[in-house]
Write a protein that binds this ligand. Structure first.
Ligand SMILES: Cc1ncc(COP(=O)(O)O)c(C=O)c1O
Length: 409
């Protein structure tokens, strides 16, 4: 029944109810019941579900936050000469590539950039309506497509890891505002052939945005690959301070590459008020000029990956150190796949339940990263060593057949 006009104005008719975009549930809120089980352990839960750093950033970076004197004025959206210079120097040191400061712009953490850029690129090419992104991926690429009113076309993974761009139809390519690549990749840890992606995009007029936020944690190759090794035409590399410098709380990252794309994005971002606060820009400059803390962090993560993979292997899981990132991407064992099938859910959930019950450990089901991520869990080594050792002790003490199948006597 239409309630009709009221004294206070016109009541919304049923047809006025919002029918458009409804924000999806945040994936990690789906883990609440599993987390409650893990919490019951003496010593509490060891949360390996979200990639939030636990180690400290350098003190000099934190000190720079309080001493820049940049609080009063509006900051530049593209970034101060100080921070863009530091980003340019870091690109030179880490990748051996020269990128002018004018080809660099800041973002309010790379999640913001990933979520907003398809929208801006769609405004630039209104006849195109498609976002291409890896089938198993950080979910914000797909969310960015939704926010832009675009279709999302998932690019399947190649058999040896990386993207199988041969599977993208020319029709979809002709409609694409962006191809996202992510190397090393969350959640799989695999590397993508960035040169092939750059050539593919150039041949089709599709900007290639290369999310390289885990570049510092590349294990299989050093120096790490960047799309910028293959020229800047039509490509933009995206980097974060969150992982590199344990500064997820500051919200700062940057994008660098094609001069026209960077100019367009930094202009539209300035109009939209997407600005990194001045003190944060100052702190980011200090962090980018320092490599010592990154090399210490690399050792921490690699050690944790190696130790936790071994612990998980002795609990019957097929855990191996990835080519990059700080995630273990673990296939579900047969018992969990069978149980999941019987229960009408992916086998990652019974495995997550077992890890919570037996080891008080919270992990992420692979379906959080797209349908093709089913059959895996992602385990982030983002807890201090003593907490990971606790996981090992809990598993070693357990006689639960689900996670002790191949344990040495
Ligand atoms: C692939 C990928 N890109 C971007 C981000 C966002 O990082 P931030 O917004 O902290 O820079 C993450 C965070 O986990 C990620 O895994």
């Amino acid at each position: 029944m239409n309630p009709g006009p009221t004294a206070g104005g016109t009541a919304p008719a049923p047809g006025d109810a919002p029918v458009g975009f409804v924000p999806p549930p945040y994936p990690y809120s789906r883990l609440a019941a599993v987390a409650a089980v893990a919490e019951r352990h003496d010593g509490g839960m060891v949360d390996l579900s979200i990639g939030t750093p636990c180690d400290p950033p350098p003190e000099s970076v934190v000190a720079a936050l309080a001493s820049s004197g940049s609080e009063r004025g509006y900051p530049s959206s593209a970034g101060s000469p100080g921070v863009r210079g530091a980003a340019s120097r870091w690109i030179g040191r880490r990748f051996g590539v020269e990128i002018d400061e004018t080809q660099i712009g800041l973002c309010v953490g790379t999640k913001e950039f990933v979520a907003s850029t398809a929208w801006f690129l769609k405004l630039r090419s209104p006849r195109r309506d498609t976002v291409l992104a890896p089938a198993v991926a950080y979910p914000t690429y797909a969310l960015g497509a939704q926010l832009a009113g675009c279709r999302m076309v998932a690019v399947p993974e190649a058999p040896g890891g990386g993207l199988d761009l041969g599977q993208v139809s020319e029709q979809d390519a002709g409609r694409a505002v962006v191809l996202w690549v992510n190397s090393p990749a969350n959640p799989t840890g695999s590397l993508t052939d960035l040169g092939a992606a750059a050539s593919w995009g150039r041949a089709r007029g599709v900007p290639v945005l290369s999310d390289e936020c885990y570049a510092e944690f590349t294990w299989d190759r050093w120096p790490p690959p960047t799309v910028l090794h293959h020229g800047t035409t039509g490509v933009v590399a995206v980097h974060s301070l969150s992982k590199r410098s344990n500064l997820a709380g500051l919200r700062v990252g940057f994008y660098a590459g094609d001069p026209d794309l960077v100019r367009f994005l930094s202009e539209v971002r300035q109009h939209a008020g997407l600005m990194v606060p001045g003190p944060v820009q100052a702190a980011a400059a200090v962090a980018l000029d320092d490599d010592a803390h990154v090399f210490a962090q690399r050792e921490r993560y690699l050690g944790r990956l190696e130790r936790l993979a071994e612990v998980l292997r002795s609990a019957g899981l097929d855990a191996t150190v990835p080519a990059g990132t700080f995630y273990l991407w673990v296939p579900v064992p047969d018992w969990a796949a069978e149980q999941g099938e019987a229960e009408g859910r992916d086998g990652a959930w019974p495995l997550a339940d077992a890890l919570a019950e037996v080891a008080g450990t919270l992990v992420s089901p692979g379906e959080f990263y797209g349908e093709s991520g089913a059959g895996h869990v992602r385990i982030a080594v983002v807890q201090p060593d003593d907490r990971l050792a606790l996981v090992g002790r809990r598993l070693a003490a357990s006689t639960d057949p689900r996670l002790g199948a191949v344990r040495a006597p």
